[in-house]
Design a protein around this ligand. Sequence first.
Ligand SMILES: Nc1ncnc2c1ncn2[C@@H]1O[C@H](COP(=O)(O)OP(=O)(O)OP(=O)(O)O)[C@@H](O)[C@H]1O
Length: 710
Amino acid sequence: MDRSQGTAPAFGGSWSKLSPPLTPSILEAVHSMGFTNMTPVQAGTIPRAMKNQDCVVEAVTGSGKTIAFVIPVLERIIRRETPYSKGQVAAIIIAPTRELAQQIHDVFYRFITSLNPTVEPASPIASSSRSPTPPPTSSLPLPLLVTSGTKNPYDTFLSQSSNILIGTPGRLASFLLSPRGASLVRVSDFDVLVLDEADRLLSSPDHRRDVERIMSHLPKQRRTHLFSATMTDAVEEMVGLGLRNPVRIVVNLKDKRAGEEAKERRVPTSLQNNYIVCRHAEKTLQLVRLLQYESTSSEAARFIVYFSTCAAVDYFYRILSRLPPLSSFNLTSLHGDLPPRVRETALSAFTDHPASHLSPAVLLCTDVAARGVDFADIDVVVQYDPPTDPKTFSHRAGRSARAGKRGKAVVLLGRGREEDYVEFLAVRKIPLDRQAYLDHQLKQVDDAPETATIDPAALELLCDIREIVLTDRELADKAAKAFVSSLRAYSKHEASFIFRVADVDFGELGVAYGLLRLPAMPEIKEWRRKRAAVDSSEHTAFEWKDAEVDWNNFKYASKAREVQRLAAIASKANNDHDKSAATLALEDEERKKRKIRAEMREAWSDKKDRKTRKEDRRTRKDKRKAAEWEKSQLEGIGDLGLVEAFKRKKGLNDPTDAVKDKEKEKDDGEMDKEYETLKKEVKEERAAKKVRKDAAIQGGLGGGAFGDLD
Ligand SMILES: Nc1ncnc2c1ncn2[C@@H]1O[C@H](COP(=O)(O)OP(=O)(O)OP(=O)(O)O)[C@@H](O)[C@H]1O
């Protein structure tokens, strides 16, 4: 590899100074988009990529990398002597998520539509379903998006005569390599391959496999460009395998603080990058206060809050939407377990919402929205959980402070060992400043209430959350799932010497999650055992107490779910009724033994891995079912958040609420009937069994049969 560093100018300079110069129509297009000057990464990359150089580009988030590859791709197609014909592909852009692929598609679309003015322009984040597909009127055909949401990709590819493909690795690989793709999609004149977020594409084994399949299908005589804000060893390997004498373009930023030497930094200089230290029990309290504080004191209107797992996003969305201090906030949730259509709606609902500091918009999400997604004007990014992969930290924080705008990011760190994360990131050129703990008046206090006590407001919040959870048993299930999945993510931190499950006070974490009781995990049993062995005077002042709940009568709000629960109880009772006390005791003992044996056999993480694999298989199988379910969840609770508002605005609420209410009443009535019938059936079955048993006894059946009945 050619190690020569392409030096990007300190200031980007004017577009007209580029050499070779841009085609006049492209120049006009960039000006019409309001981009008067180039950013440094554009100035450093465009001239090289327009010529015949492969590029490996590393520049901070929000520095304009997308246009740095969009323009050279278009220039090379425009300048080609023989135009591409139907079925030929000129360029492929691979991105790790469908959201990012969609966004890149939209940037290409905006350029092409301004070159072909009769084609309707696209909005900044358009959905695949909304992307219009009128026939192009000049030489540049429309690009094709190839992701899980794309309908009839081959038909669109042919009808549009697309020669630029943008998509996720798996979908692109099947598009190109399936029998239909192999016969319809020609790559003999292929020109440019771009990997956006290259480190992410190459560090995930599945993505990497698909990327390699695509690369080996494409001619070797091509240009290949890799882009990211963070590069890894996986990228270095790929550079050796698939690129030809690439030039490396690294845009460095310097941070100059008073009295200190200028230091290199890997996050935008316009980003205020903070951390707050609190006890685990105070995390949710600090999150709520931070949202209030930033919207009142800095008039922040748009927030993103990152959690480590889909289950945590799902749960906290339901809780935070109902907390009175956040009643003026408009929340929406986005995570990878949601079906593509729901993800699209959620994203549009958040980006289209006219937020203000009086009515702020908050996106609760996982890392599905951490990389590349160009949200407009995010004021504050909050990391409730620090990311499992430290590289993700700068991508998350970089959703704010884009294109030179000011922005803020705050990560919540647990008191103690987690504070070492600050130093850990400093070494990686990501400097963090401490922000003081927020007290009940939203004032920054020098330090959190000292370690001996938990802020009493955190315990009040626990009661408030529990009250919400007690309205629906499903919330209790979701709380447990969120808690367990987050702990599991915690155990997988790459910085495992900082984030150690062994250091976590599960009781305190239970407070932050508003749990009714701690889940029956082996780790928690062990933690309880150890605590019991220690002199209680050495305990911190907080002792976990389960909420007093009548679990037998704790109902699901969904009638259908409640019917299922009762049926399960009835069927268990029925089974138990038919078994002798001795059999039941034996079974119980065997069950306990099996559990102990399993626990002894497997470490928690192995067990969880096995479970995950099993769950993954099941999830894939039930994907269709899950999609419908998730959608109905969003619709059901949407009136509290942005999704419903968005749907109302877009006229997507059909049937109307009144009709829906009627239908719900009808459903409820039918559900009641169904439940009554079920109960009756169970009773009848039991009675019939009893009659059979009595008859058998009276009839003096032989020992075997008698034994069975016992
Ligand atoms: N020359 C320019 N002048 C002003 N704004 C620009 C310019 N080029 C790009 N932008 C804007 O900067 C924002 C960030 O651009 P882009 O999404 O390409 O950043 P990125 O470097 O790819 O970030 P990330 O690493 O997070 O993906 C976009 O809103 C884009 O419209």
